[in-house]
Ligand binder design. Sequence first.
Ligand code: GTP
Length: 403
Amino acid sequence: MRQWGFIITKNTALRALTDCQFSEYSFEAMYRKSIKTRGRFESCLSLILVSLVFGMFAITDYHLLGLSREYYLLITMRTVVVSLCLFLAFIIGRWGSYSRQAWLHALPLWILATGIILIVPLRPDSLFTQVTAVVVATIAFYLLIPTLLTVAMFASLYLSIGFLVAAVLFAEIGPVVTLRIALLLIMTNVVGFCALLRLEVLQRKQFALLHEERNQNRLLLKEIAHRKSLEAQLRMVAERDALTGLDNRSHFMKRAEALLQRSRLEKVPFSLFMIDVDHFKSINDTWGHTHGDWVLTKIAAACAQSLRPTDVIGRFGGEEFIVALPNTGPEDAQIVAERLKKRVAELPLKEGMSELCLSVTIGIALAHPEEADLESLITRADQTLYVGKRDGRNRVVMYRSSC
Ligand SMILES: Nc1nc2c(ncn2[C@@H]2O[C@H](COP(=O)(O)OP(=O)(O)OP(=O)(O)O)[C@@H](O)[C@H]2O)c(=O)[nH]1
């Protein structure tokens, strides 16, 4: 097989074109599918056009032959050819696709070629007009009617050879004239073949490049999605506590700071809890660190679920949690803290931990009306927590200046 091979790009489109088609069948099928609708429409339209032109030549038949037997034969032949071509144009327009029905695209060309050849015995005197018609028809086969290169080539060769044979047999031309017509038809076929070959190669090259570009875009989108997910993971690592999934200390500080400033501007109350698990060391010592970790995650989840979406909770360190509650005055803060304490006490525990009485101590500090310093608020909540621990643990303590 002859190779019209060339390399387009390095990746997917790196395919050789064999006989002006992609050597990979699936890629060729994809290309043909992409031009299916346009190909059908153009084939249908050009076949209608070519058949009508072929039919119109009945006028010259009349001028040349009058109402003779040959004229009626020609009219009949033209009618048959035009009808068949129009019928096939309709079929191609509805169902014709290059990929599966190449023969369907070849058929009208062979019918037209037969029609043109049959004119010679019926109108041998007008041979030179017919030579021009054969040249034009050959070019039309290659360039006007969209079809595969091989289909156009075989139909054109059939037309040229058939016409030449008919001319020798019925127009009784001499060897010199035969040679001149043969050379003219060879030239026409070569020009038509090369032009269609170039067109097909260019179209496939364009398709391959487009395909490659689409692939690159798809890869790019995949890469963007991958990077976004990496970014989200990085953000997670930077902002979250690995054990409990709550905000880590530094991220909590950022968010709480913003909430405090906003509460100050809006002149609404702002509360802060410091929550510490009681006797956590003995939990670790009795059941081990794995159980201790499990208890911490359960407490974290229970606290997070008991808060409003506007509240912010973080792990402050070790077995200590911190909560910022915007728009929360002393009474509400007390209620929320008591609720948290109760939920922790009611947490279902692992098998073998039944004797554990889980409890937390919560220290509450309220921001002063103009307070902008989160650190001093945390210090006050911490001092209050210490008072709660000192007074026996498992309690909620509100900051008083006497603490
Ligand atoms: N399992 C586990 N233990 C932790 C973690 N972080 C800190 N701890 C332990 O928590 C314990 C805290 O002990 P302490 O500070 O003495 O406090 P406590 O035992 O809870 O006593 P009180 O707070 O006074 O009630 C220490 O033994 C730490 O090692 C953690 O992420 N996982």
